[in-house]
Design a protein around this ligand. Structure first.
Ligand code: GGG
Length: 357
């Protein structure tokens, strides 16, 4: 009887550069599986904006049932010109996040060696924080509508929804994460001066949760000045908790300050493991560079490492992240966004070969 650990992975490359970065993520995962002695059973799904053009749906009606058979979902990017962005997002990514109660969107932000960060070489050098984004409610809401379309009485409205359960569970996750870290600090992103119901409620729940964690220091900023501090003082942050929209914005801004959005990884986590979690780079489908094979695969590869950690393969996950850091530090191949000339496949192959050693 075989005792090899096996993980079933649903792979959705999606659109644009997702089709180019996902194979590189898989290349590195395969190298890690061989080295660390586990099996990955892959099931490929071609759900994308092309599927929408052909069928009127981003994924089949039983899409979630199909994905539920896997332990994790490994996704590339979603969105392509010709399909409105809200249609592609709400047709694929958001139903998976919500259907599988992946209420944590965990997005690490780290200054990688040799990075072209505007801050590199002139400090602060210790950018190393997490954005913990609420992933199932908030500003990403389907409550609203359009009335009197095409008339001069036309109006649209959209409600932001915050629930006690939703706020408390994301804040608890952020505080628990901070407890595992040296600095033990949580920063809350708010805007309670301008948004007068949901954001004061967010602040209230943050203060209530903080009382359970006396060892964790806390502070909060309105999102506008928080964005400025991300640019000027990224070393101030350890764990930053934000609503769905604020967390999304901050987790693009953070990696941009650390050098490139192309390196940014993310995990959509169902912490209770009642359904699969999903791992995807922060970047989108980037139609402007799709087909040129110059996209940075590091965000995808790093997302693969987060997936392995979630699946209990911590040694393999650490190896991948350390290999990325080592290769960049040694001047290994890098894509244009990081100041190099290498292609997507060159970078993927270099990391996979180093992981395999
Ligand atoms: N890598 C996934 C992707 O395509 N993201 C694009 C995007 O716009 N995501 C919005 C979101 O994360 O809410």
């Amino acid at each position: 009887m075989s005792t090899t650990r096996k993980h079933k992975i649903a792979v959705i490359p999606g659109d644009g550069i997702g089709k180019e970065t996902t194979p590189e993520g898989l290349r590195v995962l395969d190298a890690a599986a061989r080295r660390f002695g586990f099996d990955l059973e892959l099931k490929h799904y071609d759900w994308s904006c092309e599927t929408y053009a052909a069928t009127g749906k981003m994924m089949p009606d039983d899409g979630l049932d199909q994905l539920r058979e896997s332990d994790s979902v490994f996704l590339g990017a979603v969105g392509w010109p010709g399909v409105p962005d809200h249609v592609s997002l709400w047709g694929l990514l958001i139903p998976i996040r919500r259907g599988f109660d992946q209420y944590v969107n965990l997005r690490p932000c780290k200054l990688l060696p040799g990075s072209k960060s505007p801050l590199a070489g002139r400090g602060p050098e210790d950018i190393d924080f997490y954005v913990v984004r609420e992933n199932t409610e908030g500003e990403y809401s389907s409550v609203g509508g359009r009335m009197f379309p095409g008339t001069d009485r036309e109006f649209v409205s959209q409600q932001s929804i915050m629930t006690r359960i939703g706020c408390d569970r994301i804040m608890k996750y952020a505080f628990e994460l901070a407890m595992t870290r040296k600095r033990k600090k949580v920063t809350s992103a708010t805007k309670s001066n301008g948004i007068t119901f949901t954001m004061p409620y967010w602040d209230e729940r943050f203060a209530a949760m903080a009382k359970n964690y006396p060892e964790v220091s806390t502070n909060e900023y309105h999102i506008d000045i928080l964005c400025a501090h991300f640019v000027q003082h990224p070393d101030w942050f350890d764990v930053v908790v934000g609503s769905n929209l604020f967390g999304d914005i901050l987790s693009d801004l953070g990696p941009a300050v650390a050098g490139s959005i192309g390196i940014a990884a993310s995990a959509n986590i169902n912490p209770e493991k009642t359904a699969p979690s999903m791992f995807e780079p922060v970047h989108g489908s980037a139609p402007d560079i799709a087909g040129k094979w110059i996209a940075n695969p590091i965000g995808q590869i790093w997302s693969g490492a987060m997936m392995l950690e979630h699946l209990g393969e911590k040694a393999a996950a650490d190896c991948i992240v350390q290999t990325i850091e080592r290769l960049l530090g040694e001047g290994g191949p890098r894509t244009r966004d990081m100041g190099g000339q290498a292609g997507t496949v060159d970078v993927g192959k270099a990391i996979a070969e180093a992981v395999a050693r």
